[in-house]
Design a protein around this ligand. Structure first.
Ligand SMILES: Nc1ncnc2c1ncn2[C@@H]1O[C@H](COP(=O)(O)OP(=O)(O)OP(=O)(O)O)[C@@H](O)[C@H]1O
Ligand SMILES: [Mg+2]
Length: 285
């Protein structure tokens, strides 16, 4: 499903006051099936950008298109409902939104809300709980009796149970240990590929960008200042410097090796495996 921002400007209304533009003339197009990482400094508008994809932040100017549905100033209720069904949003620390008595009830809540019959919702819950790497015995437990990593998986399972076509995730690995984070991101990546989703993920970690995304949007002061393929971004050392974007380990190592040997490798390497392959092909190891 295609996601298009057409000159989108948005702000938050706090009582009678409006914040300065938190999204400022944002204009881009994310092709169906792509995995986009959203990066940028704190307060640059990353979370606001995701909220605009899910109808939680309505543009004051411009339009957001999700597939054939449009969100603009004159937001109509039907479009918002359609968008919320199509776009699954995993907030930062989603486990804080678990609320039901059992994991099963929590996961079934979304599907039931969209009119799925109870037995079907329970079947979906059993399916998604397995897909996030948990056993069915967890379904009868209280979500509050789980570990941090388990809660995060249950919260993500609740979104997947709604069978969204677009998945937007706000730092899904935040606060997890490295292994838990890797497991969560791998399962998101697997889900993205299997279900042919369009996925958008906010992250601060350039290793995540290098490993999982195929393109990147860089936010700065509410503006999408750059939208590029991941390899193109990490090829452009000047852009990285001026945007103050970190370089993934493998790419850093590649640049150092190239500098010391004078040999330029034929591709931008994003992972250690890619770098090792490139070095072998070039006869450098
Ligand atoms: N609910 C809100 N009400 C008013 N202002 C808000 C609200 N949420 C965010 N803002 C403001 O909007 C701007 C962008 O915030 P946003 O949360 O989108 O940034 P971010 O890039 O996600 O930052 P972080 O990396 O810290 O999560 C900030 O100036 C912030 O203060
Ligand atoms: Mg944020």
């Amino acid at each position: 499903m295609q996601i298009t921002f057409k000159d989108v400007t948005a702000d938050y209304q706090i009582g009678p006051l409006r914040t300065p533009r938190v999204l400022d003339s944002v204009d881009f197009n994310l092709e169906p099936g792509t995995f986009t990482a959203v990066i940028g400094h704190t307060g640059s508008g990353k979370s606001s950008l995701l909220k605009a994809m899910n109808g939680l932040l309505i543009p004051v100017k411009g339009e957001v298109h999700i597939g054939g549905t449009v969100i603009n100033r004159s937001k109509n209720k039907k479009s918002l409902k359609t968008i919320r069904k199509k776009v699954g949003m995993v907030f930062q620390f989603p486990e804080s939104q678990l609320f039901a008595e059992t994991v099963e009830q929590d996961i079934c809540f979304g599907p039931l809300n969209f009119g799925v019959p109870l037995e079907e919702a329970k079947r979906i819950a059993r399916q998604v709980i397995q897909q996030v790497g948990l056993g069915p015995d967890i379904l009868t437990k209280s979500p509050f009796a789980l570990s941090g990593g388990q809660k995060r998986r249950v919260a993500i399972a609740g979104i997947l149970a709604m069978q969204p076509e677009v998945l937007v995730l706000d730092e899904p690995g935040a606060g997890l240990d490295p292994r838990g984070k890797k497991e969560i991101l791998s399962l998101i990546s697997k889900w993205h590929n299997n279900e042919k989703l369009t996925t958008v993920m906010v992250t601060h970690d350039m290793e995540d960008v290098a490993h999982y995304a195929d393109n990147v949007v860089v936010m700065e002061k509410g503006q999408a200042v750059l939208h590029k393929g991941v390899r193109e971004l990490f090829a452009d050392i000047h852009a990285l410097k001026s945007l103050r974007v970190d370089i993934p380990q493998a790419r850093k190592l590649q640049l150092k090796i190239e500098q010391e040997t004078g040999v330029k490798l034929p591709q931008v390497c994003l992972t250690i495996d890619e770098l090792a392959n490139c070095l072998m092909k070039a006869g450098l190891v």
